[in-house]
Ligand binder design. Structure first.
Ligand code: DX5
Ligand code: ZN
Length: 219
């Protein structure tokens, strides 16, 4: 499967978001990862629909929206209308997973389910035929810049092998603490969409950092 890098807006310079996006586009970044937090599902509040709309108007890059909110089903249509290409929501949220996935598909965009570090791989098995992507959180959701949790690696491996057994074409995304070292570990376990915030935005050479995250030869 092809590898992709999704840059987390949480680590961008928000006062200069337009030029930050141009920089991502010019340095081999495939997607923009847009972390929406409501202060209830997680202990933090970020940004939402008006910013996503502005970003959509200024770029054709794939917008990978990660909803860390309690009632994602209520907001699917609005995020799709605002320009999301992919929407991930949490299986631990209050919305019914299958209904929410269907709502995303009905909007003509790609559905994904996200799981927190303590949620077992098996929780997503029956949903795999309905998904474009599984997002395995490799830190506790809520904040950028946290260290990678190594216990999540087995879960990535289990989910990838189930996808292969079922003959499906589902992406596995990882989010949190991904850098030049942990990217090789998660790719070897079967992840192919790598979210990166602090590693990418703090890199002196963003193109080299993106290349290191995707480099097939490290596997
Ligand atoms: C955490 C967010 C992540 C975060 C990743 O809740 O979902 O997307 O921004 O940031 P880094 O790469 O710095 O761990
Ligand atoms: Zn995220």
């Amino acid at each position: 499967m092809k590898n992709y890098v999704s840059a987390s807006v949480l680590s961008a310079d928000m006062l200069n978001l337009g030029s930050e996006i141009r920089k991502l586009e010019n340095n081999g970044i495939d997607m923009l990862h847009f972390d929406v937090m409501d202060g209830i599902f997680v202990n933090n509040i970020t940004f939402g629909l008006p910013i996503l709309e502005q970003v959509r108007k200024s770029s054709d890059i794939t917008l990978d929206v990660h909803l860390m909110i309690n009632e994602p089903a209520k907001y699917i249509k609005r995020f799709a209308d605002a320009g999301a290409d992919i929407i991930s929501f949490h299986i631990e949220s209050d919305s019914k997973a299958i209904d929410t996935l269907n709502a995303i598909r009905e909007c003509g965009i790609r559905p994904a389910i996200a799981i927190k570090p303590a949620t077992p791989a098996e929780a997503v098995f029956e949903l795999l035929p309905y998904l474009d992507m599984v997002l395995v959180m490799t830190v506790e959701p809520g904040f950028g810049g946290q260290p990678f949790i190594p216990e999540t690696v087995d879960k990535i491996r289990t989910i990838r092998s189930k996808i292969t057994d079922l003959g499906l074409n589902v992406n596995v995304e990882v989010d949190g603490g991904i850098n030049g070292e942990t990217s090789a570990v998660v790719r070897k376990a079967g992840a192919n969409v790598l979210v990166s915030g602090s590693f990418l935005f703090n890199a002196e050479d963003m193109a080299a950092a993106a290349y290191a995250l995707k480099d097939e030869r490290i596997c």
